[in-house]
Design a protein around this ligand. Structure first.
Ligand SMILES: Cc1cc2nc3c(=O)[nH]c(=O)nc-3n(C[C@H](O)[C@H](O)[C@H](O)COP(=O)(O)OP(=O)(O)OC[C@H]3O[C@@H](n4cnc5c(N)ncnc54)[C@H](O)[C@@H]3O)c2cc1C
Length: 495
């Protein structure tokens, strides 16, 4: 083993999940390094097609959503089994999806995380394995050196070396179908639009219908493995359309399948998994990148508190407890989506029935909120309906002027929001948490609406975690508040 460098956290992989995690750690002041195999942030192809409402919300909680909104196109992009799902009536500022290719998402994320926040990244370098002991992890690198860290997080994609080296099982469903995906110019104008079995052809530049290059997604006969060739692409085009439209050698050519798997555990000791390293599924439904970014936002502040000694190590177990069910739900949605779009008489009938149900208010709302991540409720125990759910972005009036809830979360610190007349309350001595928890006194006028749940009574105070989820809601004088403060943000410390 070569020279050893110390970092609090090594993040293996600088894709969307690894970058978001690095941002959360940097905001918390934790010394983290990203180790990334690619020599630059560039991606060969467009990959994922957009951001959902909850991902836009978490980016807004950090004050960077505008950067993505400026680059993409706000649209009703959600479908289930190709049935369009309009989310414009969901109670969020982002009642749409953002059409933006992953290569752009990664570029903007990297500008923020590496450019603005100054996170260290070692490019052109792979994590090849690790050894952990009671005090830390030795992370082995392809350069023949190693890094010593307190924690290692595998954000290294579906074929995660970290997951394999940790010996974490990856159970799930094997592939039964595969799709070829390419970006290429074509001499003839192709037939654009969705195909009944999924996929189809459309311009890479979605803001215009004018010509190529085109993104081509085509279901293959059988299950393809390995990297497809240009000939494979031409044959698949001819099988689907009777012509290859004079397709030129593609600038990007790959394939994906309907395999779907989830790590049995998101943690083994000092090693954690997030994003595709923890769950893979086909892209139908647009769940992968969004779930990964949201994994990172759940994990980041917890890892920071544990590294800084504010919270005990078992806070990290709540990461698996909260995010594993979310990953399982993404798998379920995706599996059902793919099954319903198998083009034969029986599946057509099932899809038509689902389409019928989705014309009804409640089923549409239920599924739409799930697809865009707004229905997530972590099981944090009983209490106000807000507990465990994401805090709505209310417009607030404070002594310093108007603000909104998400603006109070920009620095990724917990917030105790006291709504109206809390000054004289007999709550806990908050000075003993003042180094960790920001107290905001504000008033709020208007309805308090939650996706799916509907309107709820506004509680007098809300304790909001850095990830935007509500840890506690009630009267500031309740005994539950100091308990929640201790549970989530460490014990009281003499002021
Ligand atoms: C065609 C297609 C369409 C998709 N559409 C959508 C969509 O609409 N919405 C959506 O949410 N998701 C979609 N996805 C899924 C999305 O692309 C992934 O879920 C997302 O990229 C996962 O991000 P990640 O950071 O977890 O993993 P990755 O993006 O796989 O990033 C992993 C990173 O780790 C690096 N790496 C790998 N191994 C190592 C190692 N050993 N050491 C160091 N670095 C390493 C890699 O170079 C890479 O940069 C789509 C995927 C495909 C293929």
């Amino acid at each position: 083993m070569g020279a050893t460098t110390d970092h609090a956290v090594v993040v293996a992989g600088g894709g969307p999940t690894g970058l978001m995690l690095a941002a959360e750690l940097a905001l918390a002041g934790v010394d983290a390094v990203v180790v990334e195999r690619r020599t630059s942030q560039d991606l060969d192809g467009s990959r994922a097609g957009g951001l959902n409402a909850r991902t836009l919300e978490v980016l807004d909680q950090r004050g960077v959503a505008e950067r993505f909104l400026d680059a993409g196109e706000a649209m009703q992009i959600h479908t289930f089994a190709w049935v369009p799902l309009d989310i414009s009536d969901l109670p969020t500022r982002f009642n749409f999806g953002l059409a933006l290719w992953q290569k752009e998402i990664e570029r903007i994320l990297a500008e923020w995380v590496i450019g603005d926040l100054g996170v260290a990244i070692r490019r052109g370098c792979e994590v090849t394995g690790f050894e952990q002991d009671a005090a830390g992890v030795d992370v082995e690198l392809s350069e023949g050196t190693s890094l010593r860290a307190a924690y290692l997080v595998g954000c290294d994609g579906g074929r995660s070396v970290v997951r394999k080296a940790a010996g974490i099982d990856f159970p799930g469903l094997d592939a039964t179908a595969s799709w070829m995906i390419a970006e290429a110019d074509m001499d003839d104008e192709p037939e654009t639009g969705l195909r009944p079995e999924g996929g189809g052809i459309g311009p890479v530049d979605r803001t215009t219908d004018a010509g190529g290059p085109y993104r081509i997604v085509l279901k293959e006969a059988g299950v393809g493995t390995g990297e497809p060739s240009f000939d494979d692409l031409r044959h698949t085009l001819v099988a689907a359309y009777g012509t290859d439209f004079g397709v030129r050698p593609p600038r990007w050519l790959s394939r994906f399948s309907d395999a779907s798997r989830q790590a049995a555990s998101y943690r083994r000791g000092r090693v954690l998994l997030a994003g595709d390293a923890a769950h893979i599924h086909p892209p139908q439904g647009g769940q992968g990148l969004n779930t990964g970014v949201q994994d990172a936002v759940n994990l980041g502040w917890k890892l920071a508190q544990v590294v800084e000694g504010v919270s005990p190590d078992d806070l990290l177990d709540t990461y698996h407890a909260e995010r594993h069910p979310v990953g399982a739900r993404a798998q379920q949605l995706t599996r059902a989506f793919v099954a319903l779009t198998i083009p034969d008489g029986r599946h057509d009938a099932a899809r038509e029935l689902v389409a019928e149900l989705l014309t009804m208010e409640e089923p549409r709302m239920h599924l739409a909120a799930s697809l865009c991540g707004l229905d997530i409720r972590y099981d944090l125990g009983q209490g106000h309906p807000l507990v465990g759910r994401r805090m709505p972005d209310l417009d607030l009036a404070t002594a310093d002027g108007p603000t909104r809830v998400f603006a109070t979360l920009h620095d990724a610190r917990p917030v105790l929001l006291r709504l109206g007349g809390s000054a004289g309350s007999t709550g806990p001595d908050l000075a003993t948490w003042a180094d960790r928890v920001r107290v905001v006194d504000a008033t709020f006028d208007g309805a308090w609406a939650l996706p799916v749940v509907g309107e709820v009574a506004a509680p007098p105070a809300v304790l909001i975690r850095p990830d935007g989820h509500v840890a506690w809601a009630g009267d500031p004088g309740d005994a539950g508040l100091p308990q929640a403060l201790c549970r989530w943000f460490g014990p009281a410390v003499a002021a």
